[in-house]
Ligand binder design. Structure first.
Ligand code: PMV
Length: 315
């Protein structure tokens, strides 16, 4: 029997990764087609809490290290809604790839929090829900900005500045993106440390590039609001070249960006912390997204996801 269900989705960063660490804004996109689903069953007294997932099935009390953030989400949410975490069976099914910058840990945490609340018959306020997801994210990442935790439950692009959400970003016309997996997982912490080390070695150069990256955020937001795919894509591609300059791209990511541009994408860039992870490419028109995805797979991406951001209602 299922007593509670929750779901959340993946995310991709449109613009501002790395520069956001140094005070610039960033915009992240919800990726609704890549879902994490959690189901909760209330167990009779005396049965130990347990977890079922692709990575591990067994008691909640002894999950392996990679599932500690999930256990943290179960505990935090159960305490919040007055359930005994030791009497829950939690089942997780997630399509969000791990270690690709798509917000896997936040999506799973958000799904778990929603499922536990549902099992208790409770609706959480957005702020309480956010704090519970962040408790799990702190176990996963130490010092999370909250960008992932916000975007995995958002239904529109989210703008962030200095760790605070700035609200939804309007979309003036439907735009279609293809996310291409490089097949390589990479650590956000390592990428952030790479930029920090380069900045210490050459502060003027790296600060100049970071400033240029930050200066792309407003033009990209404006292009999204007016529905100008060419301007949006140009900002994305420029961001990729700047991210390459600060040392967070890779030959695989560069090849995928080139492949996208080679078949006429409006723009393409690495998305997230880089080193591996994914490339985000903007189709010139929604109708050309399928061909763009095929080109990215032909260029070596093991998988792609296509998504269309709808026009903001009443805009
Ligand atoms: O790879 P992701 O999605 O976790 O991206 C991290 C974004 C960075 O700007 C590189 C780091 C951060 O904490 O904002």
């Amino acid at each position: 029997p299922v007593d509670g269900t929750g779901r959340a989705h993946g995310k991709a960063i449109l613009i501002g990764e790395h520069a956001v660490v140094y005070g610039a804004a960033a915009i992240a996109l919800p990726v609704p087609s890549v879902e994490a689903i959690a189901q909760v069953e209330l167990l009779p007294a005396g049965s130990p809490g347990s977890l079922t997932s692709r990575l591990h099935t067994g008691p909640l009390a002894t999950v392996p290290a990679e599932l500690m953030p999930v256990a943290a989400a179960v505990h935090a949410a159960a305490i919040e809604v007055g359930l005994d975490p030791d009497r829950l069976h939690v089942r997780i099914d997630s399509e969000v790839p791990i270690g690709r910058g798509m917000g896997s840990s936040a999506a799973v945490a958000a799904a778990v929090v929603a499922a536990v609340a549902d099992a208790a018959g409770r609706t959480l306020s957005p702020e309480v829900r956010h704090e519970l997801i962040q408790e799990s994210e702190r176990v996963a990442h130490g010092n999370p900005s909250g960008l992932d935790a916000r975007t995995v439950v958002a239904d529109a692009p989210v703008r962030f500045l200095r760790r605070r959400p700035q609200g939804a970003v309007p979309v003036g016309a439907p735009v279609s993106f293809v996310i291409a997996d490089s097949g390589v997982s990479a650590s956000t912490a390592v990428a952030v440390a790479t930029v920090r080390a380069r900045r210490e070695a050459a502060p003027a150069v790296i600060d100049g590039v970071i400033e240029e990256l930050g200066a792309l955020v407003d033009p990209v937001a404006d292009a999204l609001a007016t529905g100008e795919a060419a301007a949006l894509g140009a900002g994305m591609t420029r961001a990729h070249h700047l991210l390459r300059e600060i040392g967070v791209s890779s030959p695989v990511l560069d090849d995928l960006v080139e492949a996208a541009l080679g078949v006429g994408a409006a723009g393409a860039k690495l998305t997230g912390s880089g080193g591996g992870g994914c490339v985000l490419a903007l189709a010139r028109t929604p109708g050309s997204a399928g061909a763009l995805a095929a080109a990215l797979r032909a260029a070596g991406a093991p998988r792609t996801w296509t998504m269309t951001l709808p026009k903001t209602p009443d805009l």
